[in-house]
Design a protein around this ligand. Structure first.
Ligand code: KG4
Ligand code: ZN
Length: 336
């Protein structure tokens, strides 16, 4: 079975082809980062328009690259949510229309399910059941994954997502969008011992998160040390970045450990943009090894949004006999 996957939920246009025999045959991502950079964040209308411009050329490119003709395909998967409604509509309409024209089944994929299954594209894939930590710009969730479509939410952020917190803290330090990876790079030059930031909601039982207090704490620290231009000196900025990253990573690690202990599973999967964070990976591996558990994550380029995870999730769902009808239905909010 060969499936074309389309992702347009936010600011990345992603296309990929997954084949049950050959694995991931090809993929391409066009990032709109430069388009949104001058606004300091994603502008939904600009995102939709750019998906319109880039999507079909990318489909053509990936089909040509993989020598795939419409007749070689067995289905088309597209992200139907959650995400920006206009952006989602572009991929969903294109995917649904191509499937109709090429007489193929279509499947609407949940973006976070795509992230969740992305580590399965790697050479040593994790096996069900596992605990998944989904950490992106819009979500921070711990999920008990018993099998395809068999998910139980263990905990989630009550306010900001971890990636959102990274982005907002980065903005306070005057780093360009997207701030997460930039803040992580700055933190490498900082002294994580100089400031101690709070570890929100770790002093009580439970698996929920809250990052908005940490954001306020960061802002207060920046203001306390600000010079005339409104920013602390370079080293202090790096020290704040390091303290912030330590606090987020530590909080995530404490909750993952708890989730592993509570579920009895021996595998943790991390996925979503923040799973690219080096410190998070290192700490999780070290701490979960103490519990006899192992950590799986996608390759770097599949941590952030991409078409490969959508093609793969769509393939699994199509193979299970699922189909999505002709109506194009996107869901900006969609519990998993
Ligand atoms: O999954 P993703 O590409 O898009 C969403 O579905 O949200 O995640 C993007 C998020 C952004 O908030 C970005 O700042 C964050 O992931 N991110 C990172 C790193 N790389 C990306 N956060 C911390 N450290 C990183 N290395
Ligand atoms: Zn995402």
């Amino acid at each position: 079975m060969r499936v074309l996957g389309i992702e347009t939920s936010c600011d990345e246009t992603g296309v990929a082809i997954y084949d049950s025999e050959g694995g991931l045959l090809g993929h391409a991502v066009f990032s709109q980062v430069d388009l949104h950079a001058e606004y300091g964040g994603v502008v939904p209308e600009l995102a939709s328009r750019d998906h319109v411009r880039k999507l079909l050329p990318l489909v053509r490119q990936v089909m040509a690259q993989t020598e795939t003709t419409p007749a070689d395909l067995d289905g088309i998967a597209y992200t139907a949510g959650p995400g920006l409604v206009g952006a989602l509509m572009v991929g969903a309409c294109a995917g649904r229309a191509l499937a109709y024209a090429w007489k193929l089944p279509a499947i609407a994929v949940h973006h976070m399910e795509g992230h969740l299954l992305a580590p399965m594209l790697e050479e040593k894939p994790p096996a069900f059941p596992f605990v998944a930590l989904l950490v992106s710009g819009g979500h921070t969730q711990l999920v008990d994954v018993r099998g395809l479509g068999d998910y139980a939410l263990l905990g989630e952020s009550l306010d900001d997502a971890a990636g959102e917190a990274f982005d907002k803290a980065a903005k306070m330090l005057d780093l360009d969008y997207p701030g997460g990876p930039r803040l992580a790079a700055l933190a490498e030059k900082g002294d994580p011992q100089r400031f101690t930031f709070p570890r929100p909601m770790t002093d009580r039982p439970g698996l929920d998160f809250s990052f908005s207090g940490l954001k306020t704490y960061t802002l207060t620290t920046v203001r306390e040390h600000a010079l005339e231009d409104g920013l602390p000196d370079e080293q202090t900025c790096a020290d704040i970045a390091a303290a912030f990253q330590e606090a987020v990573v530590d909080t995530l690690v404490i909750k993952c450990r708890r989730a592993i202990q509570a579920s009895g599973h021996r595998t943790l999967v991390i996925a979503g943009g923040v799973s690219a964070n080096k410190l998070l990976r290192e700490r999780l591996e070290a701490r979960l090894a103490e519990e006899g558990a192992s950590v799986y994550y996608p390759r770097h380029e599949f941590c952030t949004d991409n078409g490969a995870m959508i093609a793969y999730a769509g393939y699994l769902r199509l193979q299970a006999g699922e189909r999505t009808g002709l109506a194009v239905d996107v869901r900006p909010r969609w519990p998993m």
